[in-house]
Design a protein around this ligand. Structure first.
Ligand code: GLA
Length: 526
């Protein structure tokens, strides 16, 4: 019998502090604040750390049902509103371990129903940013077909601020009038005139990450002036904000170490989130906290809809320090593709519609010729065709935001890389309205297996070869709870665009994968 208790803490529903504390204190190993567009397929997988425990969801709003076999809530909710449903967790002996409430927001005004796509200035322009360069990029996004493929948000990253550390009367960082002589409104007007959206950058600290870099000067972040910045960014016409986490100038002022607590991180980002709401709620908040304080647990409560889950992703297979792993006490910075995969593998239960884990800017196409994307790489800078395919395929499987950073203005873009980035079949997986980050199914030897549920009831399966040698994979229906052992599925290779036969319980799909390569099949039940 299910417990009909007042689910832990939800007496305080509506109090933002309580909500984020609940999010952090959750004993579930999955999201407990979830989102859906009205009348749109929804899925929420309920997971706990202890595999001997069982789970059950109840008090579900009309339109949703509990799938006990797969341990997930699914369906669609027609009526917008705020809902709470309950999850009960039982021990192996049948006793109740705990029960928790899940907050579901159904709204047609979500910040990020599907991951944002676009282009971000940092990896290529870096300190060379200017109005002229941004206009050229806007033109190239259109003429190169990127906008029409979905890359529709042109993001101005760091270094738009005045180099002398000055601020306006409201406390907002002044604009660099050398780089942007006509201000930023003129730039967003131009970007919008091209049918694009406009993104801007700030830092949660007093200074930005590029502050003090060669040619950087003193670049102000928004610490202490978050609402004023949110208002200014809104007035300047921006649609998206990337808020960084240099954290310099507050707490430990010694540099890049991070002495801050999760509570401080939450407070800092929620000040911006609240500022955005107060200024008319027109801006998508993309947190760039580097994954230090597990932002996938509290990002939505701070008013964000995606968050970086690692330090900066570099144009190489391996990052330079400590294997590129995140650490709360050390800013390692160098996150190669292999490191990103290792960090992302376990984060899938925390992603969903309007709450995406951001694997950072894509380096596909930079080919080792970027600016700081070239730093902190172990071994070779730039990646192989197979590695870039793995990067783009996994960003799509994960439903990570997709900001391009290759120089789209260049007349010598590698044709493999451009075709990859414009691959409609992969982009469709990324933009699938169910918003599911591919579930990590298993690792066998050097091969990682992933499965992504899709809104039409089908799935995509990916296999990644993390090893240095060619390996043979075997996809077996029985390994995937999303698949029906009595059915036959057709397979579509969506990296190479061909129909690849069928899969059924008695016929595993096997194949050979080169080192660091990935295969992605979209399955369709026959
Ligand atoms: C940090 C961020 C990067 C970029 C730079 C800009 O390193 O993580 O994505 O925005 O700052 O200075």
């Amino acid at each position: 019998m299910l417990l009909c208790l007042a689910v832990a803490g939800f007496a305080a529903f509506g109090s933002e502090n309580a909500a984020w504390v609940l999010a952090l204190q959750s004993r579930l190993a999955c999201a407990n604040t979830v989102f859906s567009l009205p009348d749109t397929p929804f899925m929420h997988k309920i997971r706990v750390a202890d595999s001997t425990q069982t789970v059950e969801a109840y008090n579900l709003p009309e339109g949703l049902r509990w799938n006990a076999r797969r341990r997930l809530v699914e369906g669609r909710v027609a009526t917008p509103g705020e809902y709470v449903y309950s999850v009960e967790v039982r021990n192996a002996d049948g006793s109740v371990a705990f029960a928790e409430g899940i907050r579901l927001t159904v709204s047609s005004h979500l910040q990020q129903p599907v991951p944002h796509m676009g282009w971000q200035s940092w990896n290529v322009l870096e300190m060379g940013i200017s109005e002229e360069a941004i206009r050229e990029v806007a033109d190239a996004l259109v003429s190169g077909g990127y906008r029409d493929a979905g890359y529709d948000c042109l993001g101005i990253d760091d270094a738009w601020q005045a180099k002398d550390g000055s601020r306006d009367a409201d406390g907002v960082a002044a604009i660099d009038t050398v780089r942007f002589p006509n201000g930023l409104r003129a730039v967003t007007d131009y970007i919008h005139s091209k049918g694009l959206k406009a993104g801007i950058y700030t830092d949660g600290g007093t200074l930005t990450c590029a502050s003090g870099k060669q040619g950087g000067g003193t670049l102000l972040g928004s610490y202490g002036y978050e609402p004023a910045h949110a208002k200014a960014f809104t007035e300047w016409g921006f649609d998206k904000l990337k808020e960084d986490w240099f954290w310099k100038g507050h707490g430990d002022d010694s540099g890049r170490l991070d002495p801050a607590s999760t509570e401080l991180a939450y407070n800092l980002y929620s000040r911006m989130g609240n500022g955005i709401k107060a200024a008319g709620n027109k801006i998508l908040l993309s947190m760039c906290e580097w994954g230090i304080h597990e932002p996938w647990k509290w990002g939505p409560e701070a008013g964000a809809s995606s968050w970086r889950m690692s330090y900066d992703h570099r144009d190489g297979w391996m990052g330079s320090f400590n294997g590129g792993q995140n650490s709360p006490t050390q800013n390692n910075g160098g996150i190669g593709l292999r490191n990103t995969i290792d960090l992302m593998r376990h984060l899938w239960p925390y992603a969903g519609v309007n709450r995406f884990n951001d694997a950072d800017m894509l380096v596909v196409g930079i080919r080792g010729k970027g600016t700081s994307s070239n730093d902190l790489v172990y071994g070779t800078k730039g990646m192989s065709d197979a590695e870039y395919e793995t990067e783009f395929a996994m960003w799509c499987m994960w439903s990570s935001p997709l900001p391009l950073t290759l120089d789209v203005r260049s007349t010598s873009i590698n044709s493999h890389d451009k075709a990859l980035l414009l691959n409609k079949e992969l982009i469709a997986l990324n933009q699938d309205p169910l918003g599911q980050q591919a579930e990590w199914i298993k690792t066998v030897g050097d091969l990682d297996y992933y499965c992504k549920d899709l809104a039409d009831g089908n799935v995509a399966i990916a296999v990644v070869n993390l090893g240095d040698d060619t390996a043979t994979y075997s996809i077996n229906v029985a390994d995937y709870d999303a698949l029906d052992t009595s059915a036959t599925y057709s397979l579509r290779d969506v990296i190479n665009h061909y129909d690849a036969g069928t899969l059924g319980a008695s016929s595993a799909k096997t194949g050979s994968l080169k080192s660091h390569a990935t295969v992605v099949y979209r399955l369709e039940r026959q």
